[in-house]
Design a protein around this ligand. Structure first.
Ligand SMILES: [Zn+2]
Length: 504
């Protein structure tokens, strides 16, 4: 018996894990093919110089049969969860500071310190790590421990209901099997932008996240030893937007009522589903219906949870009535350019176009929003913002910083901002489309981009890689896993990776 499992001593001194805490009974025929991975997950030991058993329980340092030392399977410590989220991340996993919005593509992990030790531009780097793309390549990634002894990578193909698990020791993807006969929810969710809410400090081993589905909001649990997953329902009703969290309350938008009287309402509860509430949404303009699809993933800021849409914004503060605020005609947002940008006074702004000109519109206010006109498109979010190839380092509408005139022929799309710390200027991962003089809308909508530079922008700019003929750059997914920065695009055969030096 160990803290997490019951091991049986079989004949010939073989050990078999009878049942792990929160795990199903182990199918050893199947697990035997990937014992190094299973041993790391369980924190178990493997034989080093004898053959008396294939695996030994946690805490064993010597073979009880012959006394030979065993190989400890412990991998280096990694964050329990990585990724942009409105959910709560533990203090040791580099949560975002309070003064930035949560849920945008931002991280407080010290990426800049690790990447800016590389040779700066004009030196050209290349990805030094590659892993195959998951078989179902349109996916979201979670790199976390899920309550186990080792960090692992999951790729959820949310358009196909396929959950994929990366076995780093065998270097291959496993497709996980849903448990039970139809008892596990279908994980497809395509009506709005996808976001899951991590359970970064799981109460049970295997808890992954609260996941949206066309059938409701579910808790997703994995059993990586038996390569299976299951779900537990929190809300069973069609969701229209991804869930978010604010002040420890989960909230999502769903369709309530029967066919002819269906309306969008807001559902909220604690993370464990306790204390659920359904709220009617107050509309600032009842002529413009609350959309039932097409919502951007939510973000939280200043105690407010916000979903953006091409038609308007939905704002909610726990304890008050949610409000739907359509954009005033003829202003239309450009959500594909990035997301909310933050001004020096702490307000958030969204770029859009009124048919004649671009402008930034103040977000989150129920009063009259301020509008700041600008001359051209600007790509980015948070404080990482660019006008063509030039970084905007002050307010979102401020004059761009021209360090190199030739950069006017490029277009830069920020992918990930490194938030927090004592950094004097915004830094993060960007794509630089070289020799691209077309419109930003066209670059995002499917134009072939002949030459794209993957670049770290900060106190020093570092060229990480170069990509030929990229389409739909907004589909790029950056993530941090196993002490490295990774970049995935659904059209690529391999995920590109860069080691983060001196990085836990
Ligand atoms: Zn032995």
């Amino acid at each position: 018996m160990t803290a997490n499992s019951v091991w049986l001593e079989e004949e010939h001194n073989r050990f078999e894990l009878e049942a792990g805490r929160d795990l199903a009974r182990i199918d050893w025929q199947r697990a035997r093919g990937r014992l190094p991975d299973v041993a790391q997950l369980l924190g178990a030991a493997l034989p080093a110089s004898c053959a008396h058993a294939a695996i030994y329980p946690e805490g064993f340092a010597f073979c009880p049969d012959c006394g030979a030392p065993l190989a400890a399977a412990t991998p280096p410590p990694r964050p329990a969860w990585w990724g942009a989220t409105t959910g709560t991340i533990a203090a040791e996993d580099a949560p975002l500071p309070r003064h930035v919005p949560h849920g945008l593509a931002q991280t407080a992990l010290p990426l800049a310190a690790a990447l800016e030790t590389r040779p700066p531009e004009p030196a050209r780097g290349q990805a030094e790590l590659k892993i195959p793309a998951p078989p179902n390549a349109v996916c979201v990634f979670a790199a976390a421990t899920f309550g186990f002894a080792a960090q692992r990578l999951l790729a959820l193909a949310f358009t196909r209901n396929v959950l994929q698990y990366w076995d780093p020791l065998a270097q291959r993807w496993h497709v996980m099997t849903p448990e039970g006969d139809g008892a596990t929810a279908d994980l497809r969710f395509t009506s709005s932008q996808y976001a899951w809410l991590p359970l970064a400090q799981p109460e049970r081993r295997g808890e992954v996240a609260l996941v949206p589905s066309q059938d409701g909001l579910f808790l997703l649990l994995i059993d990586p030893v038996s390569e299976s997953f299951r779900t537990e329902p929190l809300l069973q009703a069609p969701l229209v937007a991804s869930p978010g969290a604010v002040n420890r309350r989960v909230a999502t938008l769903f369709l309530s009522g029967a066919h002819y009287s269906r309306s969008v309402r807001l559902w909220t509860a604690d993370f464990d589903g306790a204390d659920p509430e359904v709220l009617d949404i107050d509309s600032a303009d009842p002529a413009i219906a609350i959309p039932a699809e097409g919502w951007a993933r939510p973000y939280s800021y200043d105690g407010q949870l916000c979903w953006l849409h091409d038609a308007g914004q939905l704002l909610w503060r726990p304890g008050s009535v949610p409000r739907w605020l359509p954009w005033p005609f003829p202003w239309q947002p450009r959500l594909q350019f990035g997301g909310p940008a933050r001004s020096r006074d702490g307000r958030l702004w969204l770029i859009g176009h009124d048919g004649a000109d671009y402008s930034f519109r103040e977000l989150g206010t129920e009063g009259v929003a301020q509008v700041m006109p600008i001359e051209g498109a600007r790509l980015g979010f948070g404080t990482l913002l660019f006008r063509r190839g030039h970084q905007v380092k002050d307010d979102p509408w401020a004059v761009e910083d021209v360090e190199d005139q030739t950069r006017g022929d490029a277009l830069v799309l920020p992918l990930l901002e490194n938030a927090g710390g004592a950094r004097s200027q915004p830094s993060g991962l960007v794509l630089r489309f070289e020799q691209f003089t077309g419109r930003a809308e066209a670059a995002m909508a499917g134009d072939v981009l002949p030459r794209v530079i993957v670049e770290w922008v900060g106190q020093r700019n570092v060229i990480l890689d170069e990509v030929a003929r990229l389409k739909l750059p907004g589909d790029c997914v950056p993530f941090v896993y196993d002490g490295s920065l990774w970049l995935h695009h659904p059209m690529w055969n391999e995920i590109r990776g860069w080691r983060l030096k001196d990085f836990a």
